[in-house]
Design a protein around this ligand. Structure first.
Ligand SMILES: [Zn+2]
Length: 359
């Protein structure tokens, strides 16, 4: 594989990487990557020289987070023309049976509601793509107002369920608006927001934006699952996305697309249907220099969970979720694939390291 990638740090150093091969092992690389993560302590190294570049095959899907709390964002130039920002919008904790359900199917949802424990803290990722065709935001994260008593308005049931099953920790400096300020990107410079689905930890940052184009899966709107519409801004009038079986995914022809349909947003930028977590769930694929970068939303909590075949408790169709997993594995056999779920502690590092999904 001769494709090369360039990561530029905020201090101006360029680190050249070869995709899928052990990364640069210089002190400069460490320093540059630490700077891009926004870490305050430049002498703190997460791990010596990224020993995990070769994909781990452990199936321990409940392994605690390795992401340090100071890592709020990472900016990666995935090519000369495209820059991607992984932006963390705080943390979420869910009940252990929400994280992964095993056992009797009928107990899938009750076991979440009845649990009195919390699983480990997981990040909430959103993704900003600076692309020659425009600036695109994938999901919008959470906001600090979510804890206000009247946040859900009249939807008392939604309020009770969401507060029962989610514990959200949103530092103000990790709201979308703070990240945009730090990056020097005005809110009205975002050309479109692509929502993977309608859950509040993906949509609650909409309130920070003027009225950009919102690309929302049509099925998600028509057959919502766990969507608290009272939390949407009143101006929200999404452009509904449907997926077309004739749309090729870059160099992958429509016939060879394992997802069987897609929607083209811009050059190399697509959405694909990825049902399971919700019926209308979609993921975003950015194909650049022969690599597919997948902003997967809540297809699985982690890449390890996808590889192990475990399914989260919050899932409208476990069969559809497993079929979606299988399609991602097929896609990974057709094109180098960087798989980045919204709550995987390692998603940002995977973008940074160009770490492929190996199946
Ligand atoms: Zn969700």
């Amino acid at each position: 594989m001769n494709r090369r990638q360039f990561i530029r740090s905020s201090i101006g150093a360029d680190v050249s990487l070869s995709a899928g091969i052990a990364l640069a092992d210089t002190a400069l690389a460490d320093h540059a990557l630490i700077e891009t993560l926004g870490r305050k302590e430049a002498n703190t190294i997460v791990s010596p020289l990224y020993p995990s570049i070769m994909q781990t095959t452990t199936h321990d899907t409940l392994k605690p987070s390795v992401l340090h709390e100071s890592e709020r964002w990472v900016t990666v130039h995935i090519s000369e023309r495209v820059r991607v920002h992984a932006l963390r919008s705080g943390w979420v904790q869910v009940r252990p049976p929400h994280r992964e359900h095993t056992g009797i199917e009928a107990l899938r949802l009750p076991s979440i509601l009845l649990s009195n424990q919390w699983a480990e803290k997981l990040p909430v990722w959103m993704w900003l793509i600076e692309h020659p065709d425009g600036t695109f935001l994938v999901d919008t994260g959470e906001n600090t107002h979510v804890h206000e008593p009247n946040y859900f308005g009249d939807a008392k049931g939604d309020a009770w369920v969401n507060r029962r099953i989610l514990q959200l920790d949103i530092p103000p400096e990790e709201e979308l608006v703070s990240h945009l300020q730090r990056l020097g990107i005005a809110e009205n410079k975002i050309d479109a927001v692509i929502l993977t689905h309608g859950h509040l930890d993906h949509t609650d940052g909409l309130r920070f934006l003027p009225t950009p184009e919102i690309l929302f899966p049509k099925t998600e709107w028509e057959k919502p699952f766990g969507v608290a519409k009272t939390t949407f801004p009143s101006w929200l009038k999404p452009r509904f996305i449907t997926h077309d079986s004739r749309t090729a995914l870059g160099e992958i022809s429509a016939n060879d697309n394992p997802f069987q349909s897609a929607h083209r947003i811009a050059s190399g930028l697509y959405t694909i249907p990825t049902p399971g977590h919700t019926l209308g769930h979609q993921s975003v694929l950015l194909i650049e220099n022969g690599t597919a970068y997948c902003f997967a939303g809540d297809v699985s909590f982690t890449e390890k969970q996808l590889l192990a075949g475990g399914v989260a408790g919050i899932c409208v169709s476990p069969d559809a979720a497993r079929e979606t997993y299988s399609r991602f594995k097929t896609l990974a056999g057709r094109i180098p694939l960087v798989y980045m779920p919204s709550h995987d502690a390692e998603s940002a590092q995977r973008l940074q390291k160009n770490s492929m999904l190996f199946v």
